[in-house]
Write a protein that binds this ligand. Structure first.
Ligand code: SAM
Length: 290
């Protein structure tokens, strides 16, 4: 007689029948190795189905039926443009305008302090679809008025698809519903016709930001400092501790001695306390201020 199976075991047994593509545990392990090496993203075992759902679109686009054929293709050529699709599919891009709102008054104070001395520079290092760099730009514009044009804002991400959305600056109305109506009125235009139901960031705000692709794993970061503020929020959580430490250590030389580093609500820099010191809620400064 057959051994009785657990519900999970039964589900596992019937899953391949419900799937369009052949996807094994070994495929998932191979994917976790590849995305870790490429982007530093450490995928938990619980992400197995999510990975299938996200990458099956790529198999369909390439008329492949087996995940191992897809992975063979990637591994055969380090420069295959498919790598970018692979990475784009596996990043998580959740974000919102003025997320972790306590950071923005601190940024405003920092800008007021800097503007008398030098032209401030800000780097938003995991910009996703743009809500974060535009929140930074709105803070700059509302704090500095005509002086805002002196501020340099760099917004980067590894994912090229989200960067395109960010550069376009068009969002469904629901994304801005909770924003202060005066801020909304100042910085957005309402879409009409085919764009009705959308809002667009005003061109003057879009022009304040330089969008560019940066992989935080790169040993030489292709951005020019020094920055008064680096926003690296809600991306470190996707990296393991060793990768987090490598990444944030590379930020230190890009930050001005009195600059600030902003991270996400569930992140900390306590494991690099020789480099960064806590200044406020998820806000750090350099220990060695030169
Ligand atoms: C959850 S979103 C956070 C967005 C925004 N910083 C916020 O806090 O709302 C994480 C972003 O990090 C990006 N990302 C993941 N790995 C990266 C890497 N190695 N280099 C640069 N960006 C990366 C993803 O593409 C994604 O857009």
């Amino acid at each position: 007689m057959n051994q009785p199976q657990s519900t999970a075991g039964l589900l596992e047994a019937i899953q391949p029948m419900r799937r369009d593509f052949t996807y094994t545990g070994a495929d998932f392990e191979r994917i976790t190795r590849l995305i870790y090496k490429r982007a530093g993203i450490a995928l938990a075992a619980s992400k197995r189905d999510m990975v299938y759902n996200r990458l099956s679109r790529r198999l369909r686009a390439l008329s492949l039926t087996r995940f191992d054929d897809y992975l063979d293709r990637l591994e055969q050529d380090d420069l295959d443009p498919e790598w970018q699709h692979f990475v784009n599919a596996l990043t998580t891009n959740t974000t919102s305008f003025f997320r972790e709102g306590h950071h923005f008054p601190v940024l405003a104070d920092l800008l007021r302090r800097c503007i008398g001395n030098h032209a401030p520079a800000i780097w938003c290092a995991a910009a996703s679809t743009g809500e974060e760099p535009y929140s930074i730009a709105m803070t700059v514009a509302d704090t500095l008025g005509p002086q805002a044009s002196r501020v340099r804002i760099v917004a980067s991400d590894l994912d090229t698809e989200v960067l395109e959305v960010a550069a376009a600056g068009v969002y469904p109305m629901e994304r801005v519903e909770r924003m202060d109506p005066r801020v909304l009125q100042r910085h957005f235009q309402k879409g009409r016709g085919a764009q009705s139901g959308n809002v667009r960031v005003r061109p003057e705000l879009r022009r304040m930001i330089e969008f560019t692709q940066v992989n935080l794993l790169d040993t030489t970061l292709p951005v020019k400092g020094p920055f008064d503020a680096i926003f690296c929020r809600n991306v470190l959580i996707y990296f393991d501790r060793a990768t987090q430490a490598q990444v944030v250590k590379r930020f230190a030389p890009l930050l001005r001695p009195d600059g600030l580093m902003f991270i996400g609500h569930s992140e900390s820099l306590f494991h690099v306390s020789d480099i960064f010191r806590l200044q406020g809620q998820t806000i750090y400064s350099l220990v060695n201020r030169g």
